[in-house]
Design a protein. Structure first.
Length: 96
């Protein structure tokens, strides 16, 4: 919103928050909404007749992602492993 819609003074008629990607895609495919999703989510549906994908800007929108954990979990091996995976996968996803 704050990056594109607010500066353009665009106000959506309605907003529905949905957390599951599969449900978001079903709502879009059934003409019951539009959504802004990361490019790595859309790679699976690009070219399918039910979806039209467009970049929001010429270069797309890039956002930084953060990971947070409780203090008592910060030193656990699975947290370190998760962070390594997240960093590596994020780079792979950006490259396509």
């Amino acid at each position: 919103f704050s990056t594109l819609l607010t500066p353009a003074r665009v106000e959506p008629r309605g907003i529905r928050q949905v957390e599951l990607t599969a449900v978001i895609l079903m709502l879009v495919a059934s003409d019951r909404g539009v959504s802004v999703l990361p490019d790595w989510v859309l790679r699976d549906v690009q070219g399918q007749a039910d979806y039209v994908t467009r970049r929001l800007t010429e270069k797309g929108v890039v956002k930084r992602m953060y990971a947070a954990t409780r203090d008592e979990d910060a030193t656990r091996p699975f947290v370190a492993h998760f962070l390594r995976l997240a960093r590596g996968e994020a780079v792979k996803l950006q490259r396509g």
